[in-house]
Ligand binder design. Structure first.
Ligand code: GAR
Length: 215
């Protein structure tokens, strides 16, 4: 099988990037990371990539007149590194329609809530404040809305009475680290089919996995 070439876009800590790197190193992922790109010069994620000798690019938003110009440069970098799939891993910028048009169904994102609940920023805090008993994480294709694209898979996490935003975020993150590499592997295996906004993964009955703490 040909390796799926990934461009991973990051803004911060990079623990999801690390989970993908670890999945590749363990042989669980038929993929290679062609480039890691960040809008933040000091993102810890860039250090994680450098430690693995993965090419990194810092694209400074301050050097661009507007979002479209930035996204044009971003698209050019991704094409230069010949990536097959754009993986948003804590990338805290909304991508413009002109960018997304260049990569139809080739951009995926991970979000720390069970979409369509709690889109945007601070999904964990939103879930706590709303009082839901179950939340989780979602991997979805990126469309022109904010966290509105076709859902590929989700993992559920129970909310505990004594949870803080931090404790809940940590429990969700553990599930993110299982889910994201798994979805990328499904895509690498050509098992993910999209009809409208419905995503089917061949060989799977459903795309939601519940962690044991939900019972
Ligand atoms: C993750 O929890 C991810 O789900 C979230 O940012 C964190 C990045 O962590 N993404 C969003 O909230 C996107 N709306 P990481 O840098 O350690 O992977």
């Amino acid at each position: 099988m040909n390796l799926l070439k990934l461009a991973v876009l990051v803004s911060g800590r990079g623990s999801n990037l690390q989970a993908i790197i670890d999945g590749i190193k363990k042989g669980d992922l038929s993929a290679t990371i062609s480039v890691v790109i960040s809008n933040c010069q000091n993102a810890l994620a860039l250090n994680r990539a450098r430690e693995e000798n993965i090419p990194t690019v810092f694209l400074d938003p301050k050097n661009f007149f507007c979002r479209e110009d930035y996204d044009l440069a971003l698209a050019e970098k991704i094409k230069e590194y010949e990536a097959d799939l754009v993986v948003l891993a804590g990338f805290m910028r909304v991508l413009s329609p002109s960018f997304l048009d260049k990569f139809p169904l080739k951009v995926i994102n991970i979000h720390p809530a069970l979409l369509p609940s709690f889109p945007g920023t601070h999904g964990q805090k939103q879930a706590l404040e709303y009082g839901v008993k179950v939340t989780g994480c979602t991997v979805h294709f990126v469309d022109q809305g904010v966290d509105t694209g076709p859902i590929i898979a989700q993992r559920a996490v129970s909310v505990h009475d004594d949870d803080t935003e931090k404790s809940l975020a940590e429990r969700i993150l553990r599930e993110e680290h299982k889910l994201y590499p798994q979805v990328i592997q499904w895509i690498a295996e050509g098992r993910v089919k999209v009809t409208g906004r419905i995503v089917r993964v061949s060989g799977m009955n459903q795309g939601t996995v519940t962690d044991s703490s939900c019972y």
